[in-house]
Each structure stands twice: as C-alpha cells, then as structure tokens.
Design a protein around this ligand. Structure first.
Ligand code: MCN
Length: 835
C-alpha cells in the first residue's frame, strides 16, 4: 500500500485539544445536582479506632452527609486483589473506609459530602476520632523476624507470600547449587530499590452519577482501567454490571499509578448511592502522595556465579518486597513480572528466584512504570558491572561474552520464556557510536591518570523486557485474575469515514494517532478520516485497558485483524460491483480492482455506500461494513536496547552531572517514530529520576516525609540531559504487525545506566555501589566510606579488578554502600530528611 502511514512521524491528533485546553479532565466535568466529597484520613500509621463521631460535621453549612467506616461497615464491601500469587497467600481484609483499625497514614476514615468542595473540606475538622496507637511496622527484615509487631494481627504474620522459581525444577535450566559449587567467581550484592511515587500530572478524580434514566450509574474517572473498574465495581458492590457505565475521559498520565480501583472510587460510589445524587472527589497532591499507591520498594540480594573468563554460570535472587499495608489490584504480582527478567539478555544455565512479600504500615505498593522489570534490569545490569570489575574486563565485553547472539533467536531463556527476536549486537554498536564510547573511555583514562577532581564514568545498560501483557494462558498460570486479550472494532460509515473502537484506554500514549495510522494503511483511507473511540464502556464495550506496554502489540494487532475482516468483506462486495470473481480481486492503494484491469476501481468508500444502500448485495452479505476482532497473543513482546550514559562526578562534593545519554531501542516495527521517541524520552526521564532524585521516605512513626513536591524531588526538564535516541528494528515474530511495546522501555533501561556510570567513575576509589537515589551526599559518603585515604586523588590507573573492593568478600550491607541517614528502605529516624 502506498499510503504508508505506518512508520510516519505524524504529530499526535490528540495534542491539539490537550494543548489548547479543549478537553474535559474529570475534575472539569460537572453534572446537575453535583455534590462534593472530602475524605478524613488517618494521621497515624497504625492505630485502633475506638470512636468516630461525625455528628458535628453534619451541622456544618452545606453539608449533606457524613459517615464513617463503621456507618457503612455492613455495605461497603472489600477491595479486591486480582493477583493472589500463591495458594497460601495472606489476603488481608481491605475496606475502602477503615472500620476498627488504620494501618497507614492517609488511610480513609470518614467522609463528608457537601454542596461545594470547600464546605466538605472544612467540615472534616468537625469529625471526632479517638485513636489508640499501635506499634508501627516499617522495617522489612524486622517485620519477618520472630515476635515482630503485626500489621494485621488477625493474620498472625507479616509475611504475605513466598514465591519461588527454580530453573532446575521448571526444566528451563540447571541447578543453582551446582553452579555455586563450580563457580570460579562468586559475587554477592544487595541492592535497594527505593520506594517511588508515580507522580502523574492529573491527580486522581472521580464522579459517580447514580440514577440514570434506566437506573444506571455513570462513573467518570481519571483511570487507566475503565473496563476492569466496571467489572470490579459490579462484582463487589452487587450493582448489576449492565447498570454501570465507566468513562475514562482524557487522563493526564498514570504511569501505573492509575492501574487501580481505588478506595476513593469506591467511597464516591458508596456516597453517591447513599445520598442518591452525583458526587465528585478530586484529591489534592498531598493526599495523592500518601494514598495513591507507590512503586518499587524491594531489597534485592543477588549472588552471581561465573568463570574467570567472565562467563556467567548461575544467578540466585532473593527479594523482600514491601507490599505496604494492603494489597492493591496487582501488588503481589509486581515482583513476579521481574522474576522472568533477572537473566536479562544473557544465556547462563542456572537460575533461582525467590520473593517474599511483606506487610508494613505504609501506603500500599503496586504497579509503577515497568513494574518488576526495572528492578530486575537494575539488579542484573549492576551486577554484570561488578563481574566485569572482578575479572578485569570492560563491562561491555562481559556482556558480549554472555548475551544471546542474533543468530540464536528464537531463544528459550533460563527463566523459561521464549524470546522471539532481537539483535543486541546491532543496537549496542549503534548506541556505542551514538555515545562516542571509545572517545569517552579515552577521556576517562586521561582524567584518572591526571587525578582530576571531576572523574568520568560510563554506564551501560543492555536490557530486554517482557511486555505487551497478554497471553491469557500464561497470566492464568501465574494466578493473575484476568485475561490479557484486547478487542477492537471497525465501522466504515456510508460516506467512507471510519470509526474505530479500541478496548485499550490511553492516558497519554497517543493511541488515537497510532491507531489512525494503522487503519489508514489497512483500509487505504486518509489518516484524517479515522476517528478512534475509547475509554467509555458504553462505546468500547470490551477491553482490558492500558498497562504493561500492551496496547499496540495486543490492541493494535486486534485492530489490524478487524481491518483485515472489513477488507475481506469489502472485497466480496467489490467483486460483485465489478462483476468479477472475488478470487480475481486485488486491493492496493485503497482500491479494489480486477486483476489485469487496473483502471476500473472501487474504493472502500464506494463499497461502504453500496453496503449501506444494500440494494444489490451479493447473497449472504449483511448490509454493514464493520467488524470486530480480539487478539490474545501466545507470548509477550520483547523489546530490547542499549542505553549508555556518561556521568561526571565531582569527587570532592559528590555532585554528578550527566554528560551524555545515548540509547538505541528496538521495539520491532514502529507505527509512529515520533511517539516512540517521546515514549523513550519520557521513560528515560523517569529512570534517571529513580537513579538520581526520587525517594519516598518515612520517619520512624510511619509519617511520609516526602508528601509534597517540595520534598519528593521529581526532576524538571532543566535537570535532565539531552537524550540522544535512535532505533534498530527487529520485527517481532509473535504478532502479524511485528511490533513490540515501548511504553516502559526507557524507565527499565535508564536507571542502571546512570548508576553504573557513577560507580564506574568511582571504581578507582574503591567504590562499588552508591545507593539510590545517588544524591551528592550519598556519592560523597560512598567515596569517604570506601577508601578515605585514596579519596583525594586517584593515582591508581590499574585494571579495575585490582582497584575495586574484592567482590567475594563484600558483605551485603557493605555492598549497599556507606551509612546514609535512615535504613535502606527509605525509613529514617524521626525528623531526619536527607537533602
Ligand atoms: N508505539 C509505536 N510503535 C511501536 C510501539 C509503540 O508507534 N513499536 C506507540 C503506540 O502506538 C502507542 C505508544 O507507542 O501510541 C505506546 O505503546 P505501547 O508500548 O503499546 O504502550 P501502551 O500504549 O500500552 O502504554 C502503556 C505504557 C505504560 S505501561 C506506562 S506505565 C506508561 C506509558 O505507556 N505511562 C504513560 N507511557 C506513558 N505515557 C504518558 N504520556 N503517560 C503515561 O502515564
């Protein structure tokens, strides 16, 4: 087809309305009789509630209703966890409003519904709550110790689950114990994935409007998952599913943080039904930071086994994952999404993974961009650098000795996944020249020998990920509650314009543009003639929504399949119109023609009008030109790439500056290069943010110290480097479009590239880790703690292996770096704030 929309760097259709403010975010929507809801939240991390009295709030002006958890205890239902990862998982009762006990600061306790927002917020002050404080559980390892205080006393343990993967048991590899016995090199490291806050631009917002003409309830929500929400609201409130309509209007970012059916949405649902009027709730930023779910928060203990030549022979991973106080929709499953990725792009034979989930008195964790895969990539890419240092090889050389070469695809990994396609060599070569790898290594050498106070480090991250979250069978085998298919439908209107309905629910990814490009090519219609509808369960009746970089490789493929069905049907009608056999009909350049008679054509629009009129259709053809398809791939999609980062580190102050960032990603066939570039840049920004800036920290009483953007330091554009990005294209063989996901790639890849660069700069000082975020203070402390006598000026330019601390000898806590204020889980002593 000559239209060739696919591959074209189209500006995004949706940006015109977004940039000009010609859209309605949920908070801008108003409906007749709308009331406003405010939520009283717990100031304690753990306490019994002995009394809640809302009567004084009811007397406040404009207040329509006020109620506590106890007032709705019988009817409020429980919030569901859709991913009970093991049979014996501990599932605590999670109610939208706390009834007898609160378990984290910010947990909803009571609500006020009023005629205006200010009155609702003011009336919260009048609610009286008596709390009896209980011991607070924050430390992950302490929580697992015998006799530890309990987050959920009725459960008798803080352990949520232990989930194990062993390649020897799964049959995908050999035994790690054997690898340990034969290892010439053993490297043990502890890495801490600090807690992060998704920080979407638009705060969470919801309107619940009950009592529609047919008794239906309409829910408008800034959510990633309108379809999942409708199902869960129906399943747990008893409201019939066909009487619930969920609309996700334009949504200002989610990053996984809106992959949730939140207590606030349930509370608004309950409140609206209680008062019989529409109710709106929009959170403040500070509320969001204490109550919307957080991400990451893991202790990662890794042991890597290898030969002296740098060949990896086995990897043992033990995780302790902070669940927070309750389980969200996929909380327990997030680390499992990483379980299959700790082997990265490498082909070693033995692998064991064990994750223990732990409850603490903190905000629950759940999906955050990359969900499990950034953590895995960080760990393997960090420890590969340690191996390189130990055996005295360039870190790129160690990777080359271990990665799957492009001739070896499809390749079944030690974690049991079949990677369909990839070319790590090509992406890496391109990235190295984009960075100027050799030149920067030469400069590094110079600075080392000159004893410069500003040293240069080069960080490498060669990653792959499993995304396109789909294969329903695999998700089912992992005990995930839902399927992973996606749906699309296509309607060619009588005038030849096209309406497309997708079950994915974009919140910044540009589906309207990319989907239009797919349809334009598939049907030979102009890009502008395609309208993409989404995010309303009345129009997009079937869908699994947007997360896990799944929309294109599942939903986009479903769309192409639906287009194909339309073409097949249109070809039969065109054949009839051209008085030819369907077997003789060709379709190209948006027109049907009889083979050998190129000048006589019928376009899709001609056919659409004929089908609409239905005066002369072939027998058996229904008078519509539309179709529907669902796609459920047999495997994930495996994008990959190489991210390289050069960082200058001031060894006197610990300050770091990214000198150059270069990345080459391979996301298979690209629909829209501009969108892909934007996704990579946004993702890299979030990855850099984890490496250098962001950390959610609690004090010893479980108060979130970083509950505003003054304390939770997301980087601005000015803090970020130019990102030099490029691509290679190795089409996926697992779907007919050849596409792989891109939405999380940058976040997955960037963090280890940055930290590897900082450690690389400081290796001659004896530094082998800096805990994240690598603030100047932490970098400085790492230098002081590692080798104080050398810190002034490195003169040792010998091979890194000689300069680095002996890998085998490093105990996990030492490996995590020097003492910084607070524990490794972002828990600090009272009042301590690290800046
Ligand atoms: N694309 C393409 N060619 C490819 C791959 C993707 O043109 N080979 C385009 C797609 O058509 C789509 C976009 O890139 O327009 C992202 O596609 P995909 O990788 O399928 O990811 P999803 O659409 O499923 O988006 C989810 C992903 C996730 S999991 C998070 S988290 C995330 C992200 O996308 N959150 C985002 N990107 C975000 N971008 C914005 N602006 N806001 C968020 O909250």
């Amino acid at each position: 087809m000559t239209t060739a929309e696919v591959g074209r760097a189209r500006l995004r259709k949706e940006d015109s309305r977004l940039l000009r403010g010609r859209t309605k975010w949920t908070d801008n929507i108003t409906v007749p009789g709308l009331l406003h809801l405010a939520i009283l939240r717990s100031p304690h991390a753990h306490a019994k509630i002995s009394r809640v009295d809302v009567s004084a709030a009811l007397d406040r002006p404009n207040v329509v209703a006020a109620f506590s958890g106890a007032d709705v205890a019988e009817t409020q239902g429980v919030l569901a966890c859709a991913w009970p990862v093991t049979e014996d998982i501990v599932l605590p009762t999670y109610t939208p409003l706390a009834v007898t006990e609160v378990r984290h600061v910010g947990e909803p306790v009571a609500v006020v519904v009023a005629r205006d927002r200010a009155s609702a917020v003011d009336a919260l002050e009048a609610i009286e709550v008596d709390y009896e404080t209980l011991p607070v559980v924050l430390d992950l390892e302490g929580a697992l110790a015998e006799g530890a205080d309990l987050v959920h006393a009725d459960k008798g343990t803080n352990k949520c689950y232990t989930w194990v993967f062993d390649s020897a048991v799964a049959g995908s590899g050999s035994d790690v114990a054997a690898a340990a016995g034969e290892a010439e090199v053993t490297i043990q490291r502890r890495y801490i994935q600090q807690r992060l806050i998704p920080s979407f631009m638009e705060p969470r917002s919801v309107i619940v409007e009950p009592g529609g003409p047919n008794g239906e309830t309409t829910v408008y929500s800034a959510t990633q998952i309108p379809h999942v929400m409708r199902f869960l609201l129906a399943a747990t409130t008893g409201t019939p599913e066909h009487k619930i309509r969920v609309i996700a209007p334009d949504v200002g970012g989610g990053f996984g943080g809106k992959l949730a059916v939140t207590p606030e949405e349930w509370i608004a649902f309950a409140a609206a039904h209680r008062v019989g009027r529409p109710v709106k709730f929009t959170e403040t930023r500070s509320e969001s930071m204490v109550s919307a779910h957080h991400g990451r928060d893991l202790i990662q203990d890794l042991t890597l086994y290898a030969r002296r030549d740098g060949t990896v022979t086995g990897l043992d991973v033990k995780l302790i994952a902070n669940m927070g106080a309750y389980l969200g929709i996929v909380t327990p499953g997030v680390p499992l999404l990483g379980a299959f990725m700790y082997n990265g792009i490498y082909k070693f034979p033995a692998y064991r993974f064990e994750c223990t989930g732990v409850f603490t008195n903190t905000t629950k964790t759940d999906a955050y961009r990359g969900a499990g895969r950034p953590e895995a990539t960080y760990a393997i890419e960090r420890i590969m650098d340690e191996l390189a240092a130990e055996v005295g090889l360039d870190p790129m050389e160690v990777r080359r000795r271990n990665w799957i070469s492009h001739e070896e695809f499809p390749f079944t990994t030690v974690a049991g996944l079949e990677y369909d396609s990839g070319n790590y060599e090509a992406a890496t070569d391109k990235a190295m020249s984009l960075l100027g790898y050799d030149e920067l290594r030469a400069e590094q050498e110079q600075r080392r020998s000159a004893g410069d106070k500003v040293q240069l480090g080069i960080g490498i991250s060669t990653y792959t990920e499993m995304c396109g979250l789909a294969p329903s069978r695999i998700l089912g085998a992992l005990r995930y509650g839902a399927g992973g298919w996606e749906s699309a439908s296509v309607r060619v209107l009588p005038t030849g314009k096209v309406e497309v309905v997708t079950g994915s629910s974009p919140h910044g990814q540009g589906h309207e543009t990319a989907w239009s490009q797919i349809v334009a090519d598939q049907l030979g219609v102009p890009f502008e003639d395609v309208e993409v509808l989404h995010g309303d369960t009345r129009t997009a009746v079937k869908g699994m929504d947007t997360y896990g970089s799944r929309s294109l490789s599942v939903g986009g493929v479903a769309l192409a399949m639906a287009c194909q069905k339309v073409r097949d049907k249109a070809a039969k009608v065109a054949a009839h119109m051209l008085e030819a056999s369907p077997d003789d009909i060709e379709f190209s350049d948006g027109a049907f023609r009889v083979r050998g008679t190129p000048d006589v054509t019928k376009s899709i629009a001609d056919v659409a009008l004929a089908v609409f009129a239905a005066h002369d259709l072939p027998d058996g053809i229904e008078p519509t030109l539309d179709s529907e398809a669902t796609f459920d791939p047999t495997t994930f999609s495996f994008p990959h790439g190489t991210h390289l980062c050069a960082v200058e580190v001031d060894t006197e102050t610990g300050e770091t500056a990214i000198r150059r960032y270069a990345c080459v990603d391979d996301v298979g066939t690209v629909i829209n290069p501009l969108i892909v570039e934007g996704q990579v840049h946004g993702g890299v920004a979030q990855g850099i943010a984890q490496a250098l800036y962001e950390e959610a920290r609690y004090d010893a009483d479980g108060n979130l110290l970083t509950a505003s953007f003054a304390d939770y330091t997301i980087p601005s554009a000015a803090d970020l480097p130019d990102i030099h990005s490029d691509r290679t294209e190795t089409p996926a063989t697992s779907n007919p479009l050849g596409v792989k996901g891109v939405g999380e790639a940058g976040t997955i890849a960037a963090t280890p590239a940055v930290v590897n660069a900082i450690v690389d700069a400081l290796r001659p000082f004896g530094v082998n880790d800096v805990p994240m975020p690598c603030t100047p203070e932490r970098v400085w402390r790492a230098i002081q703690a590692a080798a104080p006598t050398q810190a002034a000026a490195p003169t040792d330019t010998a091979a890194p292996a000689e300069a680095a601390a002996p890998a085998e000898a490093v105990a996990p806590t030492e490996a995590a770096g020097p003492a910084v204020p607070g524990s490794p889980h972002g828990v600090t002593g009272e009042g301590e704030v690290e800046q």
